[in-house]
Ligand binder design. Structure first.
Ligand SMILES: [Zn+2]
Length: 193
């Protein structure tokens, strides 16, 4: 059986099946190459999680969702999944990215480190975005470690990560600040893809 051949809807990529990124409820992080996803488009061989992280039910491929990453000027297509049991819609996203961020966590950390050591913004990323990360990071450091904490932004970034908190989050709700580990097993595709 070819990977994904049986349970992929034939009209997976029709108009109307492409929803804006926010339409999806749950983001699942999988080992995947952003460059390969951009290169292969909808033909990218995604690994399907073994079961629904919410209820353990069987998952079905459910079209694609358009997403943007800072390393590409064009959009990429991420896979969606539908759980027939709890009817949840999940979206797959490559690991190394926090929810709602188009820059990878490594890229954000490099921008913070660059700013700390050179007092300049990285020329290859929009300044407004870097300013926003810097401001939000300062807020999170004060919020989590207190006003009196003598931490640089770079130190604060590392210490927030150690506490499983997204350092540049502006989330008000505690749950949304956390870095979640994927709650399921990654399944290998046949044929070593
Ligand atoms: Zn489910």
């Amino acid at each position: 059986m070819a990977a994904g051949a049986v349970d992929t809807a034939p009209a997976a990529l029709q108009a109307g099946n492409l929803l804006p990124e926010r339409s999806c409820l749950v983001v699942l992080f999988v080992a995947a190459s952003v460059k390969e996803i951009a290169r292969l488009g909808t033909a990218y061989p995604w690994n399907k999680p073994s079961c629904c992280p919410r209820c353990g039910g069987r998952l079905w491929w459910h079209g694609f969702v358009v997403a943007w990453f800072s390393c590409f000027s064009h959009c990429v297509y991420l896979r969606r999944l539908f759980c027939s049991q709890c009817r949840a819609v999940h979206r797959l996203k490559p690991r190394g990215y926090w929810p709602r961020y188009r820059s990878s966590s490594a890229e954000i950390q490099q921008a913070i480190t660059h700013r700390q050591s050179t007092k300049r913004w990285r020329p290859d990323l929009p300044r407004s975005r870097q300013r926003q990360w810097w401001r939000r990071l300062g807020r999170m450091i004060r919020l989590v470690f207190g006003m009196s904490a003598q931490l640089t932004h770079r130190e604060g970034f590392t210490r927030l990560i150690a506490r499983n908190i997204i350092p540049v989050t502006q989330a008000i709700h505690h749950d949304n600040r956390h870095i979640h580990d994927p709650p399921y097993r990654i399944v290998a595709l046949p044929g070593g893809l």
